[in-house]
Design a protein around this ligand. Structure first.
Ligand SMILES: [Zn+2]
Length: 534
């Protein structure tokens, strides 16, 4: 089969070949060509108030239905109004000049991604970083809905309103308030802070590292106020057992789950200092190997039975198992803002930058940790548990949006079928956030949060990466890499893939344009007179 590729850039360093490759581009969207990759798209990009028509699309639905198509999709005032076989009258009637029309022939359309664990940053350790940089990157990675789990609450609420009003170019935002008030906080004070968060308009609560009495107070008050809750459990007197029993809605990361299966405490050495991040992240990588497998499975069973969801955020810890990979991601060349670059530099003064003398043994233990942790998440998902995706980027060599793209690959590595992975990132995310009556599926009556992907993401989830992915080209046409080739065939590899359009509320954002803006932000910030000393 063939599919569209956006950026026909040779995988090697030979950009002059771009024009030569342009002629082989098939099924390009009406407004773009490979040679115009970074040109603005007049009339459609970020334009509000238009009816949107996507023609000739193959569809990945969201909730594990097999792909279908080609279809025409019409969205009016931000809502999908019809999905019909390509060329049928309902989608072709009344074409007007105010319609935005995208030809998706050779492309796949799927729901926008839900990033259930992220943070908006306006600086990294005091060095300013424009938040539009992150908004563009998330949209470019296909993220149409975000859940912020800790940030500048009041500012995020303002951005949320601006995003809802389409006054800014940004994904939809849900803003959770953090409940983590230290050891001196009484249960009554915790209850008051939960009430305060509700009064200030929080969409939910992120609970971090509470003692049992504080946790009882937080979760019972949240339940009384119908506030959703999620937890970064940490290494505490409480484990997942407490959170399951007391009714948390979901769990972040890996903390607390294996802790409930230790049959005691983790085997920390006497030299352990939890305030030292080298100590903390070294020992964290030994956690799952110390859990009793049968008890871990029983903990997973209890999570499933109590409808406690899980956002594992595999990608944010990946540097621990493969530091060189994390430090040399190719998109850093064009997309790593100098504020974030400075933040990533090894130092015990910056959260998540603890890579001083990181050893092969530490990596090997983390590799074991990933195997057991991934098996636990797969077990959880197979038993009916709600698995969602989040990237928690802006720390530990994880770049906004690229982190979520990598997260999807790691869900496949954990043993999920690509259809299940996409379900995690779309429909399951919608369910976790309580938005499952309107987003997460390509369905009539649902919000038009859609991605137009250059290629079939089920064939290669890397196609969703904003940087694109290697695509094999045989005799000038993209082909799956198991295609039969003969001695006379011309075989090449190019960088293709990527998302062409990210559509939120029926408004289409042209991803190459968003990415060009990011490259401009980064190159301006890198000018010598612009880079503040950390
Ligand atoms: Zn986080």
């Amino acid at each position: 089969m063939t599919f569209a590729i956006r950026r026909l850039v040779p995988a090697g360093p030979a950009p002059a070949m771009l024009v030569a490759f342009a002629s082989m581009c098939i099924a390009l969207a009406a407004m773009t060509t490979a040679a115009q990759e970074s040109a603005p798209v007049p009339g459609i990009h970020a334009a509000t108030g238009r009816r949107l028509v996507i023609r000739n699309a193959m569809v990945v639905y969201g909730s594990r239905r097999p792909p279908f198509g080609p279809v025409d999709i019409v969205a009016d005032r931000g809502v999908i109004t019809s999905i019909t076989p390509a060329g049928s009258p309902v989608s072709t009637r009344r074409p007007t000049t105010t319609d935005a029309v995208i030809d998706a022939a050779g492309r796949y359309v799927m729901p926008g991604l839900v990033n259930t664990h992220m943070h908006w940053h306006e600086d990294r350790q005091g060095i300013p970083q424009p938040v539009q940089y992150e908004r563009n990157l998330y949209l470019a990675a296909g993220v149409t809905t975000t859940r912020e789990l800790g940030g500048d609450f009041e500012k995020s609420r303002q951005w949320q309103a601006q995003s809802d009003a389409h006054a800014i170019v940004a994904p939809r935002m849900l803003v959770y308030a953090v409940i983590s008030r230290g050891r001196n906080e009484t249960p009554e004070a915790i209850r008051a802070s939960v009430r305060d968060a509700a009064r200030r308009g929080a969409d939910g609560l992120k609970i971090i590292a509470l003692d049992r009495d504080q946790l009882e107070a937080a979760l019972s008050e949240a339940r009384a106020l119908s506030l959703r809750t999620t937890a970064h459990i940490g290494v505490e007197e409480t484990t997942a057992d407490d959170y399951i029993e007391l009714g948390v809605n979901s769990i972040e990361h890996f903390y607390g789950v294996a802790d409930a299966a230790l049959g005691g405490v983790q085997q920390f050495p006497a030299s352990m200092n939890h305030s030292n991040e080298i100590h903390r992240f070294t020992r964290a990588g030994e956690l799952y190997a110390q859990a009793d497998p049968a008890t871990l499975r029983a903990t997973i069973d209890r999570m499933v039975a109590a409808h406690v969801g899980w956002t594992p955020t595999f990608s944010i810890y990946e540097a621990n198992r493969d530091l060189l990979r994390a430090q040399h991601q190719p998109w850093f060349a064009d997309y790593l803002h100098p504020a974030l670059e400075a933040f990533f530099r090894p130092s015990l003064d910056r959260h998540g930058s603890y890579f001083l003398g990181w050893t092969g043994t530490q990596e090997a233990r983390w590799k074991t940790q990933y195997r057991i942790w991934m098996d636990a998440v797969r077990d959880f998902g197979r038993k009916g548990g709600l698995v969602a995706t989040g990237d928690d980027a802006g720390f530990i060599y994880s770049l906004y949006g690229f982190g979520l793209s990598r997260e999807l690959e790691l869900h496949e590595e954990a043993g999920f079928h690509p259809l299940e992975v996409i379900e995690h990132a779309t429909w399951n995310g919608a369910r976790m956030l309580g938005l499952d009556d309107r987003i997460g599926k390509v369905r009539e009556g649902f919000v038009a949060d859609l991605l137009v992907v250059n290629g079939n993401p089920l064939e290669n989830l890397k196609l969703l990466n904003p940087y694109g992915a290697d695509v094999m080209v045989v005799n000038g046409r993209p082909a799956p890499n198991d295609v039969a080739v003969g001695p006379g065939d011309r075989v090449e590899v190019v960088r293709g893939g990527g998302i062409e359009w990210t559509i939120k509320d029926g408004i289409a954002y042209h991803v190459p344009t968003l990415l060009q803006e990011v490259r401009d932000i980064v190159s301006r910030a890198r000018r010598p007179d612009q880079v503040p000393t950390p």
